[in-house]
Design a protein around this ligand. Structure first.
Ligand code: ATR
Length: 292
C-alpha cells in the first residue's frame, strides 16, 4: 500500500452526496480501493440537504469533481437534473452513481449491477425459478429489476410489512417491464414458512437485522430454509445477519450484503476510473473492519 501523503495537483476527487451522510461505508470502501491500486484519487463525503442539490451539482461541475455516489434523500430527486440516465436507473427510479465528463453529468444505478454480479454465480439455478423478495422500497426495486431483466426468473413473491406497498410495486413492474408473475404478501412470519420453502432464492431488502437491531429477522422459523436454497441479505452490518445465520444452519447457500456493497461499489469505481476494483481484497479489508 502507498502512504496517505500522495495527494498533489493531480489528485482526482470523487464524493458522495446525501443527508445525513455519516452512516455510509462508501468513503471507507473506495479509499481502501484507491490505496490498494495506488490510483491518485480521494473519496470525500458531502452532506447536502435536498434544497441544496441544484447548487451542489453546479459546484461539482465547477470544481471538476470526477464523479460521485448519491444516497438518501437525493437518489430520486437527482434524476431530472442529469443529462443522461441509464434505463435501469430510470425504471428503478433512483440514481446512486454519477459521472462528470467535462461538465456532463450522467446517472447510473450500480445497485442493480451489484445485485446482478452477486447473483451471477447462481444464474442457471434461478432462471425460471420462484423467488421471494422481502421489502418493497428502493432496494427492492433494484433487486426486482435485476431479477426480471437479467435472470429471467419465473415468479416473484413480494413480501412486505405494508401489503399495499407490495401491491403497488407489483403493478408498477407489471406496467414497466411486462412481467406479471407476481404475488404480494403481508410480512407475517408464521404464515410464510411454505412461501419461503417454495422459493429457490430469498432476498431481504429491508433494514431488518442491521446493527444495532441485530436480533431482528424477517423470520426466526428455521423450517423456512433448507439445503438447495439461496438466501441473500442486503444488510451488511453485521456481515452475517440473523437471517443468514439461520439459513446457513439449515444448509442454504448464503450471499452477504457485504458482497453486494462491494460489487455495487466496484461498478461505480469502474465508471469513474475506467479500471476494475480489486473486489476480493476490498471485501476482505471491509470484512475485517466490520467483524472486529
Ligand atoms: P430502501 O431504499 O433502503 O429500500 P425504503 O424505500 O424506505 O428504503 O424501504 C424500506 C423497506 O423496508 C420497506 O419495504 C419497509 O416496509 P414498509 O413498506 O412496511 O415501511 C421495510 N422495513 C423497514 N423496516 C422494517 C421493519 N422493522 N420490519 C419490516 N419491514 C421493514
Amino acid at each position: 500500500m502507498q502512504s496517505q501523503n500522495k495527494f498533489n495537483h493531480n489528485t482526482k476527487i470523487i464524493g458522495i452526496i446525501g443527508h445525513p451522510i455519516k452512516h455510509s461505508y462508501s468513503p471507507l470502501m473506495q479509499n481502501i480501493a484507491f490505496e490498494l491500486t495506488g490510483l491518485n484519487y480521494i473519496y470525500l463525503p458531502f452532506d447536502i440537504p435536498a434544497n441544496s442539490l441544484k447548487d451542489a451539482l453546479k459546484g461539482i461541475v465547477a470544481l471538476g469533481i470526477k464523479g460521485f455516489n448519491v444516497t438518501l434523500p437525493l437518489k430520486e430527486k437527482i434524476l431530472p437534473l442529469l443529462k443522461d440516465v441509464t434505463e435501469e436507473a430510470n425504471i428503478v427510479g433512483a440514481v446512486n452513481t454519477v459521472t462528470n465528463e467535462d461538465g456532463i453529468l450522467r446517472g447510473y444505478n450500480t445497485d442493480v449491477l451489484g445485485v446482478v454480479e452477486s447473483l451471477n454465480p447462481f444464474k442457471d439455478e434461478i432462471a425460471g425459478a420462484k423467488i421471494s423478495v422481502i421489502g418493497a422500497g428502493g432496494a427492492a426495486r433494484s433487486v426486482i429489476y435485476a431479477l426480471i431483466r437479467n435472470f429471467k426468473v419465473g415468479h416473484i413473491n413480494i413480501i412486505n410489512r405494508t401489503e399495499q406497498t407490495a401491491e403497488s410495486l407489483k403493478e408498477y413492474f407489471s406496467a414497466k417491464m411486462m412481467f406479471d408473475n407476481f404475488k404480494a404478501f403481508p410480512l407475517i412470519p408464521p404464515d410464510l414458512v411454505e412461501t419461503f420453502r417454495d422459493s429457490k432464492l430469498i432476498i431481504n431488502t429491508t433494514s431488518m437485522g442491521m446493527y444495532p437491531e441485530v436480533d431482528d429477522s424477517a423470520t426466526t422459523i428455521k423450517e423456512s430454509f433448507m439445503k438447495g436454497q439461496i438466501v441473500f441479505d442486503i444488510v451488511y452490518n453485521p456481515v452475517k445477519t440473523k437471517l443468514l445465520r439461520l439459513a446457513e444452519s439449515q444448509g442454504s447457500t448464503i450471499i452477504t450484503g457485504l458482497k453486494m456493497l462491494v460489487e455495487q461499489g466496484a461498478k461505480s469505481y469502474e465508471l469513474w476510473c475506467g479500471e476494475k476494483m480489486p473486489v476480493e481484497k476490498v471485501y476482505r479489508a471491509l470484512e475485517s473492519y466490520l467483524v472486529s
